[in-house]
Design a protein. Sequence first.
Length: 224
Amino acid sequence: MKYQHLKYASEPELLQAVVGFSELKTERINKPFHHQKRVRIYPGTEIVKKYRSNNPRAINKTYREANAHISLDKIGVNVPKLFGILHSDKECSLFMQYIKYNPLTSLIISSDSNLPQNLVLAGRELGKMFEYGFLHGDLTSYHILASNQIYVIDLEATRQFQKDEFHKKLIKEWEKFIDSTQGKRWRILFSKEQEEMVFEGVQQTLSNRKTREVLENIILRNVK
């Protein structure tokens, strides 16, 4: 079990092991586009808590996301550090590194001067995932945090696929990313130039010829 050493039965036990304090208060994260009401930060630390209840579906999501963090970290993808899993009678929650960056969504909307660089860097992280057959499962511009470095977040739907299935699902994943939405809250449609910048980054870390061809065909198909 990949995460066995990360499991804790109580919040004080987990916090004591991670930061040396057994009692810390949390507060809601106040950031643009932030819609996860069950995510809390511990002020003065780099820890964020992603709360889930203790029902079978929530437990499955928590451990699936924990496995994704561990697997992607091993292949060099920038993901928040996983500090621990709190699995008690009341909840099954993740404790992870709080990344103080803005979602790529914000940079696109504001036409940030560093957007081109960050699009290429985002592509590099996606290329690492694609190289090993990983798909995010809910890839939008909101789930990529950007600054001087790129982080991929919210990995509960992330899975690794075999080649044939991977390439079929990659088409849908890429098109969802290029036309990112969050319900009726916002929609980000990448320009052709922006899409090519992301693909430029993908090519820097993706060596699999077939996967590159699949992406090239998607991009050519998207040309109006």
